[in-house]
Ligand binder design. Structure first.
Ligand SMILES: [Zn+2]
Length: 262
């Protein structure tokens, strides 16, 4: 069997427009490049296609989180598990990267400075954070070859809903000018339960799906994601955690935790 033909930048840009990426809008993207390839020109061509679809008035946003084990420098610290596309994106000339020591994001476009402005250390992904600002700016969330388990906007909804769980991550941060390891809390868990958003988002026609490259993409308004997540959390504040029978260590730790952000 022959290998699939590489998809080029122009085709990907057309796929993104067909999916419903808004020209001139704010777009937060989570990507598994492996799920999309082969792409002629690799991750750089994918980034160019995203910028083509957004146009010069649009703003592209990607997560660039780090392990928090060393002092974070937005100019040099590599991402952790964010994928090759985000890693290439933040290193581009003119891209702004936010300064949170564990939960940074990168952005390019007219809204980049606003999205990457300084934020409180915690909650990491609250309303006053890059994904929270994507919600406030009525942006879209694009999931390329990944599901909502990779969708940081759902954490914004968890913070807004004041979920009864959180996990502290030891993170090196500057406190009064000195590097210290401090616990930074967020409502964290394995996040597999975020896949429960597919059903309600599809049911209300709020999620467009289709091919991008050789992969499957989901596109939804950030506000719709927050609305549907909060509706599920209103019914059951633990809805996104794996059931105890699933034997998930991350979700068991979240169930045993108590801290809230309010
Ligand atoms: Zn779990």
């Amino acid at each position: 069997m022959s290998r699939p033909q590489p998809v080029n930048r122009a085709t990907i840009s057309a796929q993104l427009r067909a999916l419903g990426v808004r020209r001139g809008g704010v777009l937060e993207v989570h990507t598994s490049f492996r799920a999309l390839r082969p792409i002629a020109g690799g991750p750089e061509a994918l980034i160019d296609a995203l910028l083509d679809a957004l146009g010069p008035e649009g703003t592209l946003v990607m997560p660039t989180m780090t392990d928090g084990q060393g002092l974070f420098d937005p100019q040099t610290t590599p991402t952790l598990d964010m994928g090759i596309t985000a890693e290439r994106f933040w290193r581009r000339a003119g891209v702004t990267r936010s300064t949170h020591p564990g939960g940074s994001f990168a952005a390019f476009g007219p809204r980049a400075a606003a999205i990457c402005a300084p934020q409180p250390l915690e909650p990491v992904h609250g309303p006053d954070s890059p994904p929270g600002r994507v919600v406030a700016l009525d942006g879209q969330v694009l999931l390329l070859g990944v599901g909502h388990d990779a969708d940081t906007v759902v954490h914004v909804a968890e913070v807004m809903a004041d979920v009864p769980y959180s996990t502290a991550h030891p993170t090196v941060a500057l406190v009064d000018g000195l590097a210290r390891t401090v616990p930074i809390s967020e409502p964290d868990h394995c996040c597999a339960g975020f896949a429960k958003l597919d059903g309600p988002l599809r049911a209300r026609g709020a999620q467009r799906e289709g091919p991008v490259g050789h992969g499957h993409a989901r596109l939804a308004d950030a506000r719709a994601i927050v609305d549907e997540a909060r509706a599920l959390l209103d019914v059951d504040p633990l809805v996104f955690l794996c059931p105890p029978s699933a034997d998930c260590a991350d979700c068991a730790a979240a169930r045993a935790s108590t801290r809230r952000f309010s």
